[in-house]
Design a binder for this molecule. Structure first.
Ligand SMILES: CC(C)(COP(=O)(O)OP(=O)(O)OC[C@H]1O[C@@H](n2cnc3c(N)ncnc32)[C@H](O)[C@@H]1OP(=O)(O)O)[C@@H](O)C(=O)NCCC(=O)NCCS
Length: 199
C-alpha cells in the first residue's frame, strides 16, 4: 500500500523533493502545505500538485487521517521548527531518497531526510533527522551529520567529519577529514569571485 504523504513547503526545494516523491511507486503525494495558501492553490511551476492548506492546518489534516509528512524547506531553522511541530502532532516523517543517490548499506539514516540525485553517502556515516543531503554532494566514511543540517549541492565532506546540529555546508564547500563543524555553523559556498547582482 502506498504511503500518502503531505509535503510542507511549495518552493524550489519542495519541487526537488516532489520530483523524488513522484518517482517513488510506494509514495502518493497528497499535496503541499505552504503560507501562500489560499491565494495560491497549486505548486508554482508544478501545477499538477495541489496546495491543500498552510502549516497551521497540519493538525486538522492529521485529524482527517493523514499520518506521513515531509518537511521540504531549505532554511534549517524553519525546517527544524516545522519538523518538531509535525512530530508533536503525531506525524511520521518519511525519508525521500533519489534512486540516483549512492548510499552505503552501512550508512545509518534518521527520519525526514532527503537525499538528492548524485549524492554519495559512504560507509558508517550517520545522518540525523531532518537533514538535506543535496544534489551531488558527498559524505565520506565515518561522518556524523547531526539533525537539521543542510549539505548543499556539490559540497564534499571527507572522512571522520562531525557536523553539528543545524549547520549549513554551502554549495561546493570542501571539508577536510577529521574536523568538527560547530552546531549552527554556516559555511559559505565555494566561490571564485562573487559577482554583483543584476545578472
Ligand atoms: C557566505 C554567505 C552566507 C555570505 O552572504 P552575505 O552575508 O550576503 O555576503 P555578501 O554577499 O554581502 O558578501 C560580503 C563579502 O564576502 C564575500 N563573500 C560572500 N560569500 C563568500 C563566499 N562564499 N566565499 C568567499 N567570500 C565570500 C563577498 O565577495 C563580499 O566581499 P567584499 O566585501 O570584498 O566585496 C553567502 O555568500 C554564501 O556563500 N551562502 C551559501 C549559499 C548556499 O550554500 N546555498 C545553497 C542553496 S541550495
Amino acid at each position: 500500500m502506498k504511503q500518502k504523504v503531505i509535503i510542507c513547503g511549495a518552493g524550489g526545494h519542495a519541487r526537488s523533493v516532489l520530483d523524488i516523491a513522484l518517482q517513488d511507486k510506494l509514495i502518493e503525494v497528497v499535496g503541499c502545505v505552504d503560507p501562500i495558501y489560499p491565494q495560491v492553490k497549486e505548486v508554482p511551476l508544478m501545477k499538477e500538485i495541489p496546495i491543500i492548506g498552510r502549516g497551521c492546518d497540519l493538525t486538522e489534516l492529521y485529524q482527517k487521517g493523514h499520518r506521513f509528512v515531509f518537511i521540504a524547506i531549505g532554511d534549517n531553522a524553519v525546517r527544524r521548527k516545522l519538523y518538531h511541530e509535525a512530530v508533536s502532532i503525531g506525524y511520521e516523517p518519511i525519508n525521500l531518497i533519489s534512486r540516483h543517490a549512492i548510499i552505503s548499506p552501512r550508512a545509518i539514516l534518521g527520519k525526514g531526510i532527503c537525499i538528492m540525485p548524485g549524492a554519495v553517502v559512504n560507509v558508517n556515516t550517520v545522518i540525523g533527522d531532518n537533514c538535506i543531503i543535496n544534489t551531488n554532494c558527498s559524505l565520506d566514511h565515518d561522518c556524523i551529520i547531526e539533525e537539521h543540517c543542510h549539505i548543499a549541492p556539490g559540497a564534499a565532506v571527507s572522512g571522520f567529519v562531525r557536523i553539528g546540529e543545524g549547520a549549513h555546508i554551502g554549495t561546493g564547500a570542501s571539508i577536510i577529514d577529521r574536523v568538527c563543524i560547530g552546531r549552527g555553523a554556516y559555511i559559505g559556498g565555494r566561490v571564485i569571485k562573487k559577482l554583483s547582482s543584476g545578472c
